[in-house]
Design a binder for this molecule. Structure first.
Ligand code: PEP
Ligand code: MG
Length: 754
């Protein structure tokens, strides 16, 4: 029998079973006997995955009935476990001699030789295993395996829809209803309670089976046409397209014209699947491949295909993509991953963000931090588990998300929220107090900002100025280059809002993960080390000049502080300074009001600049250490890659020695220096930077209270001693020594993961 005939016949009977008003267990029992009957096998069993990822035998035709709900396979255990772990079929005529075989006495399966197991999977996630076994040493044909795979897809959809829910619980408890604690990584501390709002939710396929392949293919054609229209509407004239849209368009073209792709969809439809189920199975295949590919370019293309499959599915089932306008009150944004522009588009109404992937160093995380909303990253599979409208508690202090919490958890969490509000109130009381250590060292604390909405935090946070204004953030939300007047107005507004507090504007730091929607993105193998920031500014001087003009206009005769990002060698600063002075001269020639004073600085974000000639340190008016980039280049550890980023402690003695070297050079030449990377906002790190000589720290507003609270309790000369001793003792990091010292001294502080 061909795949089509085998599976479509079976699928139609499955659909009937699904439509019957039976209970989950009975339904499963019927299905296994249907499959065994139709393939002529003595055994058919369904194993479903439990919460602990173990596989539970949930129904069987042929194996011992007592084993149902008793037999549980550990991760990777036996042939069944291997099918799940590898997400790949195993087909053998000699099961007991096949690698990985393990025998469960209670099932009585030692009699069977032929074995074919296929994963029950949805969107690249294995939720169970479907197995058929025979007494004969039978190898299943390719068509039979393919038919089983299609049946397994339908089983996956049925599981998702809750068709197999039974009182037995375990693997058969209702999906997406249980309370779930998902452990992730701290992206931004803080606690919040809210309602899940899914960014790009997966479409659930309600009708996976169809009996008229011709009609399904027609539906697919119509959906492809609608998608095509979407993309040309997005596109307009191809030459006008931004790179992202063009990329999607091109991927789409190759994907819709790829005969193999269409052939696979048609084949699955002939096998009895509905058009949407066929698209979803193809999407699952893409995701399964994606997980194995490390090349970032190819992964990205596959992510495009994934995105296109989602669009296609939306057309097939007729749902629109929700946007910022649909946000409920108390929305907690849940996504697989998120770019800074997407987050900015949702706006500040968001209470918290939880990502399945994501990284602390990404700019989406920086935006979340600037907004002081709790962020949990690497919360594995949250975007599969959560449903729109679910209640969620986000614990950004421990990197936890409680999904659909039970009342006892919710109550304890309520206490935690109250505690955190209390701490905030205590910090607020210190707002007007300076950050002075017990031995009289004064540290100036500034805040980082990038958007108008950040500015209201200036006053309540107690920041003494804006130490880093990331001008590119404002660009990320727009579809076109802002007009000069808009930019000048913005800078003027920022200075107005700061009153007499200083603001340090950083010129555009575009590139790396900050790709502007309206700029041609260049395909670079390693964008963080690529054509970005001042490198782009010096090659595209028009944009840099225009921004400087806007800053000069926005200053309206006030003091102006500007710094250039990512300066790696002296000449880059000199050139940028020359462009600034040239633009200033023109500004004055046109009889515009000149700033009262101008100070030009460089961000020190590459180790090379720490060894620049003395003339560099004499020529800059100030430097600001961008620790996010500096640390990634110092340790050669991508700030966005959680696997490597967390290996290297900021309090590592090599890194602290390096920072101390930078400070020595600055002190030698009288160059003012600040530290404005994210680490400045972590109390222990801030303390160590102060000990290395930094007297200016710039951080997100929400961290100011905690940092000031700690600084005001310590004697900096004691901290210096602790660090020196720890370094002399050959410690890799001074963290332990600092923590011990503070604890012995009875000094409390707000802990936070590095
Ligand atoms: C830094 O690198 O520390 C920095 C402040 O710049 P950004 O995070 O915007 O790259
Ligand atoms: Mg940087």
């Amino acid at each position: 029998m061909s795949t089509g005939a085998t599976s479509s016949h079976l699928l139609l009977r499955l659909r009937d079973t699904m439509a019957e008003a039976t209970e989950g267990q009975e339904r499963l029992n019927k299905i296994v006997s249907l499959i065994a009957g139709s393939l002529g096998t003595e055994v058919c069993s369904i194993y479903l995955r439990r919460e602990d990822r173990k596989l539970e035998l949930c129904a069987t035709e042929g194996l011992s009935a007592e084993a149902v709900h008793q037999t549980v396979m550990g991760r990777g255990e036996g042939l069944v476990g291997r099918v799940a772990e590898k997400a790949k079929a195993i087909n053998t005529q000699d099961a007991s001699n096949t690698r990985g075989f393990s025998y469960k006495v209670e099932t009585g399966e030692e009699l069977y030789n032929g074995f074919c197991g296929v994963p029950i999977q949805r969107l690249g996630r294995v939720t169970g295993v479907l197995v058929v076994q025979t007494l004969d040493a039978r190898l299943f044909t390719a068509d039979e395996v393919a038919a089983l795979e299609i049946v397994a897809i339908v089983l996956a959809e049925m599981t998702e829809l809750g068709a197999f829910v039974a009182e037995s619980g375990g693997a058969m408890s209702a999906p997406h209803q249980r309370p779930l604690l998902i452990r992730g990584v701290v992206g931004q501390d803080g606690v919040a309670e809210g309602t899940v709002f899914l960014h790009n939710p997966n479409v659930t396929v309600v009708n996976p089976v169809a009996d008229d392949p011709g009609f399904e293919k027609q539906r697919l054609d119509t959906a492809f046409q609608a998608l095509d229209k979407d993309l040309s509407r997005l596109g307009g004239r191809r030459s006008d397209l931004d790179d992202d849209t063009r990329d999607i368009l091109e991927t789409f073209e190759s994907f819709s014209k790829d005969r193999g792709f269409r052939r696979r969809l048609d084949k699955d439809i002939d096998g009895g699947l509905s058009a949407e189920a066929a698209v979803e199975i193809e999407q699952s295949r893409v995701r399964a491949r994606m997980q194995k590919i490390s090349d970032p370019y190819i992964r990205e293309r596959m992510a495009d295909i994934d995105d296109l499959s989602n669009r296609l599915l939306r057309h097939l089932v007729g749902v629109d993509q929700a946007g910022a306008q649909d946000l409920p009150d108390n929305a907690v944004l849940v996504a697989r991953n998120l770019g800074p522009a997407e987050l900015l588009e949702y706006g500040r109404k968001i209470k918290a963000v939880v990502l399945s992937e994501g990284s602390v160093g990404s700019h989406a995380a920086i935006v979340a931090r600037a907004w002081s909303i709790p962020l949990v990253i690497q919360a594995k599979s949250i975007h599969f588990e959560a449903r729109n409208g679910d209640r969620i508690l986000v614990d950004g202090e421990q990197g936890l998300a409680h999904l659909r919490p039970d009342e006892s958890v919710a109550k304890a969490f309520g206490d935690k929220i109250a505690m955190s509000q209390k701490t905030a109130a205590r910090y607020a009381e210190m707002r007007e107090l300076p950050a002075v250590t017990q031995d009289g060292i004064r540290i100036k604390i500034h805040m980082n900002a990038g958007l108008i909405v950040d500015l209201p935090s200036l006053q309540p946070s107690g920041a003494e100025g804006v130490g880093l204004f990331r001008t590119e953030l404002q660009f990320l939300t727009r579809q076109s280059v802002p007009k000069r007047s808009q930019m000048a107005d913005l800078y003027s507004y920022v200075m107005d809002a700061a009153g007499n507090k200083p603001v340090t504007f950083r010129t555009l730091d575009i590139g790396s993960d900050k790709v502007l929607p309206f700029m041609q993105a260049t395909d670079e193998p390693n964008p963080a080390m690529g054509w970005r920031a001042i490198r782009m500014g010096l090659d595209r001087q028009k944009l840099l000049k225009m921004q400087i003009q806007c800053l000069l206009r926005g200053a309206k005769g006030r003091n102006l502080r500007v710094m250039f990002p990512f300066v790696a060698q002296r000449s880059e600063f000199d050139q940028a300074k020359a462009i600034f002075e040239d633009t200033l001269a023109t500004h004055i020639n046109f009889r515009h009001l000149a700033p009262k004073s101008t100070l030009l600085g460089a961000m020190l974000e590459t180790p090379s600049l720490a060894y620049a000639p003395d003339a560099f340190f004499q020529n800059v008016d100030f430097i600001s250490v961008g620790g996010n980039d500096l640390k990634q280049f110092f340790f050669a550890a991508d700030r966005e890659n959680e696997r490597v980023r967390r290996r290297y402690d900021t309090l590592n003695t090599s890194y602290l020695s390096f920072l101390s070297h930078i400070m020595n050079r600055c002190q030698l030449h009288g160059t003012p220096a600040s530290f404005c990377g994210e680490d400045a906002g972590r109390p222990l790190e801030a303390l160590a930077f102060a000990a290395m000589g930094f007297r200016f720290l710039s951080m997100r507003p929400a961290s100011i209270g905690a940092v000031k609270h700690l600084l005001r309790q310590v004697k900096l000369n004691e901290i210096n001693d602790v660090i020196s001793k720890s370094m002399d003792a050959g410690d890799q990091s001074v963290r332990r020594a600092l923590v011990d010292h503070l604890s012995k001294a009875g000094i409390t502080y707000h802990g936070s993961a590095h």
